[in-house]
Design a protein around this ligand. Sequence first.
Ligand code: SF4
Length: 199
Amino acid sequence: MEVGRAGLYAYSEAELDRAEGEAIESLKVHCQQAIPDPDKWLEEEVQRNILLTSVDFMLNWARRSSLWPVVCFPACCAFEFITTAASRFDISRFGMEIIRASPRQADLMITAGTLTWKMAPQVKRIYDQMAEPKWVIAMGSCAISGGIFAASYSVVPGYNRIIPVDVYVPGCPPRPEALLYGIRMLHNKISRRSITEGW
Ligand code: SF4
């Protein structure tokens, strides 16, 4: 130690270095001990085959990975849906390539096209017969608001007038990339569901 001009004691640089080195060495010694394994009491075979997660996560993962669309393609947007389903864009990677002809085997309605009031009761009946839980993607301007036919006496100004819609995909027609984006948005929505929802 040295005596400063004011008569106070101050550490020399060498002593500061030594003190700092001791602190670091002490910390290193105490941090070298093995971190205890909380699963040590489990047998190795069990450790490799158990996955812990929540019921909500498992159900939502299964549901969003196997959405089955029902046939509901009344107008020109249908061709963009067909392109989305075909090999270039390929919705089979989401587990939804089989388009169901029966509403009882489907849980997703992609409303690709203009809906007239004459057809509306049939579309509503198809929706009502789909199994719960079920979802709807309104694809294209006509599905969202009636589009260019909105002022017509015969066109429904949006599917949400007759059935609940989860995701809206705008465009006339929307490109397959837009529909894929809408499908991913629906996946995100399904991921946030809880098993207690609707009880
Ligand atoms: S949004 Fe355009 S492409 Fe789609 S059904 Fe209506 S008019 Fe046809």
